[in-house]
Write a protein that binds this ligand. Structure first.
Ligand SMILES: Nc1ncnc2c1ncn2[C@@H]1O[C@H](COP(=O)(O)OP(=O)(O)OP(=O)(O)O)[C@@H](O)[C@H]1O
Length: 359
């Protein structure tokens, strides 16, 4: 899939920009703080309704602006087109598809964007939440029912957590229905995650092996969030005392995690920062490839500050791989990366939130 005619208003330093995107490679260059990442952030927001950068949502809205709006023409390989939009008036996100208000989930389903950026190493080195988010994005795009189940789980979890903190936390009749709901939805989530990982595993190990052959990627290991040999409903009942002391639910699908087992780096701490980044990039590419296998088209790929993240050989390899599959790529750098020279690309200069097309 690809985006054309991206328009962004009121996002960080982007007051009002309109960009005619190339179907293949788009490069945004400019000094630090010029607004390059914000362009990628706009594209990512369209498909995730959240930023890849941490921080308060309020910081997204340009200082002094009252509204944030992002619109683009979305083109699918089968010829379908649509106009996708996301806006925020300070409190809530509003999604639009072909002029009509839709649920955020529908926008996310329609428009798929993956992003590699300076914080991406957190997928490997950071908290389990990052890895669950990665996993669940993939599951959702293969199995749309997943979102319903995931929401049920979130609701039951919230209810149980508030009971744990309430005045009468020992009342079994209050806990029982939420624990049953939590156990049932967690089991479904677990099954869908496992089915997805079975599809992802070979692609991921090949992708990691391709970018990091020296590490010897052996296996993708998954933990579901409660003991393998136990039934979650019973565990929740039995662990209620412990959860009461901690003030939250310590077992369930929200505690799942996964990791890659490397023959030559048995501990996560054995990886260099560069290796963490390459592993994260390989995971992202594997997931995009699996998406393409299911949906018949590649997601849009954003690569923020690629030249400062990867050595030249890896930059060239990644860009060549994406060109071979005809993925639309949006890439930023303070200068035009040398690894791109000789490649046809649309180049934009970014300065103080304004864009000028150079090539
Ligand atoms: N809410 C906001 N309102 C106005 N300007 C903002 C807001 N939030 C951030 N900015 C400014 O927007 C710019 C954001 O730039 P962005 O991160 O997109 O730059 P960049 O070109 O990718 O920079 P770098 O090369 O340093 O990563 C910065 O100059 C920042 O100070």
């Amino acid at each position: 899939m690809r985006l054309e005619q991206l328009r962004v208003r009121g996002l960080r330093c982007l007051g009002d920009i309109s960009v005619e995107l190339d179907p293949a490679l788009n490069v945004f260059t400019g000094a630090n703080g010029a607004g390059k990442t914000s362009v990628l952030e706009a594209v990512f927001l369209l498909s995730h309704a959240r930023s890849f950068r941490s921080g308060a949502k309020e910081a997204l809205l340009q200082r002094g602006a009252s509204q944030l709006a992002i619109f683009a023409e979305l083109h699918h390989v089968d010829g379908r087109t649509g106009r996708v939009g996301l806006g925020r008036d300070g409190v809530r996100w509003e999604a639009r598809l072909d002029g009509a208000n839709v649920a955020i989930g529908q926008l996310v389903r329609e428009c798929a964007v993956v992003c590699f950026e300076p914080g991406s190493h957190a997928l490997i080195a950071g908290a389990a939440e990052e890895r669950r988010r990665y996993l669940d994005w993939g599951v959702f795009h293969v199995e749309h029912e997943f979102l319903i189940c995931w929401r049920r789980h979130q609701r039951a979890l919230k209810q149980r957590n508030s009971l744990l903190r309430s005045a009468t936390p020992t009342d079994d009749a209050l806990f029982a229905p939420w624990e049953a709901e939590l156990a049932q939805s967690a089991l479904q989530i677990d099954q869908q995650r496992r089915a997805y990982l079975d599809l992802l595993r070979p692609k991921l190990l090949t992708s990691v092996g391709g970018l990091l052959p020296e590490l010897g990627a052996l296996e993708l290991r998954y933990r579901r969030g409660w003991p393998e040999d136990q039934e979650l409903g019973r565990q929740l009942r039995e662990q209620r005392g412990r959860d009461l002391a901690r003030g939250h639910t310590t077992l369930g699908a929200h505690r799942a995690d996964w990791s890659i087992v490397f023959e030559h780096a048995p501990l996560r701490e054995h990886l260099s920062r560069g290796q963490e980044k390459l592993t994260a990039l390989a995971c992202m590419l594997a997931q995009a490839e699996l998406y393409a296998e299911h949906r018949g088209e590649w997601p849009i790929v954003c690569l923020d500050d690629l030249a400062s993240e990867l050595d030249r050989a890896h930059q060239a390899a990644v860009v060549a791989q994406l060109a071979a599959v005809q993925a639309q790529v949006l890439l930023t750098g303070t200068e035009l990366p040398q690894a791109l020279q000789g490649r046809p690309a649309r180049v934009f200069h970014v300065e103080q939130g304004e864009l000028t097309r150079l090539l």
